[in-house]
Design a protein around this ligand. Structure first.
Ligand code: ACO
Length: 325
């Protein structure tokens, strides 16, 4: 398997920390020093997850020198679907990827890494040849904009990659984990109200509540589990941290990026970060950051990337891959 194309898309409008301090009581100093975030892109009511995801996928397909009709599988990693029945089919239609089967995969901020490993299985078994994996989220729709502990963290966007078979399997190693016993640390949960249909039958009707997070527990979880899972994936790849050209983590918080890099003894110049401009874009953060590195010519074919996603579930996972073919 090889990664042969990438693309990304984000809302047109950005909101700086300074501007955000007119919405909640906060400051650029507080947000930037604790998270590294300076602004975030926010989707307007006229923009859509489908739109961002389609644009990112289109770019990735073009870079891979494919046509949408060549695509066999579209995997959409998202936690913010525009249809709970699944959003991937709308992207398939917009792309004109008439031959592709399309479905959603939900694993919060681990979605891209979980999706990468899932897509690789289809390619390794020979079932599908041309796969588009998209990570996309519009968390601004689910944040409590009165809660300064969470609303300062998130932004919107999408990133995509094309995966194809190759003589050599460039997904070199991976490891995935889940721990539902710690689910309460980070939620975007359904809250139901009791609605009586008859004297005997009542249903629970409601909606999804805003994001809730125990920031300190999430920080502790990430700082401990992410280096551990990367080491596990490196072990499967028969590599060490010294072999890594790029550390590409889910962009949650600069402090987490720094702590993980320090634990793995990976120098800061190998750590990819787009937090300052985009904030935490959940499933989109890894492919969005990857696309910028590739298009600006920093990441080259053959570079070894250690990537890791982590977040709600709780879920976490690492994938070691070689970019390009
Ligand atoms: N602006 C100003 N003050 C704030 C803000 C804000 N935006 N948010 C919280 N504060 C205040 C709090 O009210 C509190 O004040 P108090 O002591 O008077 O009560 C004080 O700052 C400290 O609050 P904490 O919540 O303890 O802040 P902490 O130092 O833990 O930093 C942070 C919060 C940045 C979220 C940190 O916990 C963290 O980085 N956690 C990791 C979680 C994460 O990255 N989540 C991303 C989503 S999950 C994912 O993608 C994996």
């Amino acid at each position: 398997m090889a990664m042969t194309g990438c693309g990304s898309a984000a809302p047109a409008v950005s909101l700086s920390n300074e501007e955000l301090s007119q919405v909640v009581e906060t400051s650029d100093e507080w947000i930037a020093s604790r998270t590294g975030i300076r602004s975030r892109r926010l989707a307007s009511a006229n923009e859509s997850l489908v739109g961002f995801a389609t644009e990112a996928a289109r770019e990735a397909i073009a870079m891979a020198n494919l046509d949408p009709t060549d695509i066999d599988l579209i995997l959409l990693a998202t936690s913010t679907p525009e249809d709970l029945f699944g959003t991937a089919c709308q992207i398939q239609a917009q792309l004109g990827a008439t031959r592709a089967v399309a479905f959603d995969l939900t694993a919060a901020c681990s979605g891209f890494v979980f999706g990468l490993v899932t897509a690789a299985q289809f390619i390794r078994t020979g079932v599908y040849k041309n796969v588009v994996l998209i990570g996309a989220d519009v968390l601004s729709r689910w944040v409590d904009w009165e809660d300064r502990r969470t609303c300062v963290l998130f932004g919107d966007g999408a990133g995509a990659v094309v995966l194809q078979p190759d003589d050599r399997d460039r997904l070199l190693g991976f490891a995935l984990r889940s721990d539902g016993t710690q689910n309460s640390y980070l939620n975007l949960a359904y809250r139901a109200e009791h609605v009586a249909l008859t004297d005997k039958v009542a249903i629970g009707r409601g909606t999804f509540a805003p994001i809730t997070m125990n920031g300190q527990e999430v920080y502790r979880f990430a700082a401990r589990r992410v280096p551990e899972i990367i080491e596990k994936a490196l072990f499967h790849a028969e590599l060490t941290a010294n072999d890594v050209d790029w550390l590409l983590l889910h962009q949650a918080n600069q402090r987490i990026l720094d702590a993980v890099a320090q634990r793995l003894k990976i120098p800061p110049e190998k750590v990819i970060s787009n937090l300052a401009e985009f904030g935490n874009t959940s499933a989109a953060s890894i492919p969005l950051a990857l696309d910028a590195e590739v298009r600006q010519g920093r990441m080259k074919s053959g570079d070894i990337v250690a990537s890791a996603g982590f977040g709600a579930g709780l879920s976490w996972g690492a994938a070691i891959f070689e970019w390009g073919c």
